[in-house]
Design a protein around this ligand. Structure first.
Ligand SMILES: Cc1cc2nc3c(=O)[nH]c(=O)nc-3n(C[C@H](O)[C@H](O)[C@H](O)COP(=O)(O)O)c2cc1C
Length: 169
């Protein structure tokens, strides 16, 4: 029962270029390799995003903050690029891919697709990280600042964020 893996962090997947740029919410994002840096995201073929990632072979993973929750919800409940008109998001050029990044995001990870494989009702897109940008106030010495407003998903329209507290062992 995959729900037992929750809460999971929620991300914004940017795909497409020019007028076709689209953004969807995604929980099913994971790291696959440290060197080279490879990540993966499971996306249903029913998503417009699936079509755009397949077409351009690139995507960007935006890390939203809790302040962006309304936009995350629009990204996760509406389909197609016209939803961007309802969102308070500024697109900004990425460094290594044609797909843009999200200015308001805490970080943006630029990926080029190296593999795509269907598992059940989702496609697992595997992406090599080719570039990234991040907020220096949110990631210090390669570590996230816990109180920066990272967003995680509980279920349906319920989300949580982290306390500004680190527990060390
Ligand atoms: C919090 C949240 C997380 C989601 N995670 C995923 C996911 O990991 N994979 C997926 O295929 N859809 C996921 N969805 C559903 C898509 O975001 C949703 O169907 C969206 O409208 C697709 O947009 P598009 O058709 O413009 O690509 C999620 C939705 C929400 C609200």
């Amino acid at each position: 029962m995959y729900r037992l893996l929750y809460p999971l962090r929620t991300y914004l997947i940017v795909s497409g270029i020019g007028d076709e740029v689209n953004i969807m919410a995604a929980d099913w994002v994971t790291v696959l390799s440290f060197r080279p840096e490879i990540v993966g995201v499971a996306i249903s073929p029913r998503r417009y995003t699936h079509k755009l990632i397949t077409k351009y072979g690139e995507f960007v993973i935006g890390v939203p903050s809790v302040n962006m929750l309304k936009d995350v919800w629009i990204a996760g409940t509406e389909s197609g690029p016209q939803k961007l008109g309802k969102m308070n998001i500024t697109l900004t050029p990425s460094k290594t891919v044609r797909v843009p990044s999200i200015k308001e995001a805490l970080a943006n990870i630029e990926c080029k697709v190296v593999d795509a494989r269907d598992y059940g009702d989702h496609t697992f897109f595997v992406g090599k990280i080719t570039g990234y940008t991040y907020d220096l106030q949110v990631f210090k010495n390669n570590e996230p600042v816990p109180g920066a407003g990272f967003l995680a998903h509980i279920a349906r329209n319920k989300f949580i964020t982290f306390k500004d507290e680190i527990i060390s062992v």
